[in-house]
Design a protein around this ligand. Structure first.
Ligand SMILES: NC(=O)c1ccc[n+]([C@@H]2O[C@H](COP(=O)([O-])OP(=O)(O)OC[C@H]3O[C@@H](n4cnc5c(N)ncnc54)[C@H](O)[C@@H]3O)[C@@H](O)[C@H]2O)c1
Length: 314
């Protein structure tokens, strides 16, 4: 098949592109390189690449021509960023997603859209199921929910075969610890390997469903083959295990790196939710997706990659 991967220079997009190329598919990557790193593309040797902005409808439509599937990973990620740059987050994540859906209509391609578990916001019961009413708590979460809504509408009114995937805290090799809006796992690993002090926001008892990146890649491949029942809908993509508190996460990373960190405690961040835990029943039933890498194993692989690949400042 021929696939377009948006956000191909980013963390998840680059892992997906590498897997698609490895499986023998023809792949075109699209990214504006605003966050992604060109060296992330190295593992997808043979992939074509176009530097373009998702907000440019003609560029997206050109890139989608002849593609069987568009894996739409490009976005302005991060809850804290969306509080600082709410308009940019909305333009890229909402208009960018609409451009992808319209390009898919023109090309007759399927679409798999990266959404986020953050759309649930704070709920009263767990695990989080797709039939719960979403309560986004940040512009980022709202933009992801809007993207899902456009994907649903594109299927309902334009016949675009779109499936949205709600990722829960993805981690793994190639995740950038240096970005201003880096996620907690690369930050903890980088701090523990460098012997510096990691930061914990709030009491650290907020819990997260962490999902290994290869399981997210697998879910995308399943969604690209999904039956009609899945079109226009959103599915959880979580790690499949028990949610883990940030304090516990640091303890595991410390053990795997041999560190004894003394974390800096800072106030809880606005827009953060208290608890996430994905119910993976629907994704299993409709997409046939079941996560396979548990947190300890995923962290072990991630720490190994950081030790080999990342020059940690002393
Ligand atoms: N990492 C997570 O834990 C997580 C959780 C839930 C959802 N998601 C979603 O998964 C997707 C991939 O996330 P990631 O962690 O790989 O993020 P990332 O920041 O590593 O990758 C996103 C990529 O999009 C590109 N991009 C940004 N704005 C663009 C624009 N205007 N035009 C073209 N490209 C643009 C960036 O340069 C970057 O390479 C995103 O849609 C994100 O919202 C990620």
């Amino acid at each position: 098949m021929k696939a377009l991967v948006t956000g191909a220079a980013g963390f998840i997009g680059s892992r997906l592109a590498a897997r698609l190329v490895g499986d023998g598919h023809e792949v075109l990557g699209l990214d504006d390189l605003s966050e992604g790193r060109p060296d992330n593309l190295d593992d997808a040797a043979g992939m074509d690449f176009v530097r373009a902005d998702l907000r440019d409808p003609e560029a997206v439509e050109r890139a989608a021509r002849g593609c069987d599937v568009i894996f739409h990973q490009g976005a302005k990620r991060s809850v804290p960023r969306s509080l600082v740059q709410p308009v940019l987050t909305t333009e890229v994540n909402v208009v960018g997603t609409l451009n992808v859906l319209l390009a898919a209509r023109a090309a007759g391609s399927r679409v798999v859209c990266a959404s986020s578990g953050s759309v649930y916001g704070d709920q009263d019961s767990f695990p989080l199921r797709e039939d719960m009413v979403p309560r986004p708590r940040s512009p980022y979460a709202a933009s992801k929910l809007a993207g899902e809504a456009y994907a649903g509408a594109a299927w309902a009114s334009l016949g675009v075969r779109a499936v949205s995937l709600r990722y829960f805290n993805v981690y793994g090799p190639h995740q950038d610890p240096a970005s201003e809006y880096a996620a907690v796992i690369p930050l903890f690993i980088a701090a523990c390997l460098a012997g510096s002090r990691p930061t914990i926001h709030g009491d650290g008892e907020q819990a997260r469903d962490f999902t290994y990146v290869e399981d997210v890649v697998e879910a995308n491949l399943r969604a690209a083959q999904a039956p009609e029942l899945a079109f226009g809908r959103a599915f959880n993509v979580g790690g499949g295990g028990e949610p883990t508190s940030i304090n516990r996460l640091l303890a595991i990373v410390a053990e795997l790196t041999g560190a004894d960190p003394d974390p800096i405690r800072e106030p809880a961040r606005a827009g953060d939710v208290r608890h996430t835990a994905a119910d993976m029943t629907l994704a299993g039933q409709v997409l046939g997706h079941r996560p396979s890498v548990d947190l300890r194993e995923g962290l072990r692989r991630t720490v190994e990659w950081f030790r080999d690949e990342v020059a940690i400042p002393a």
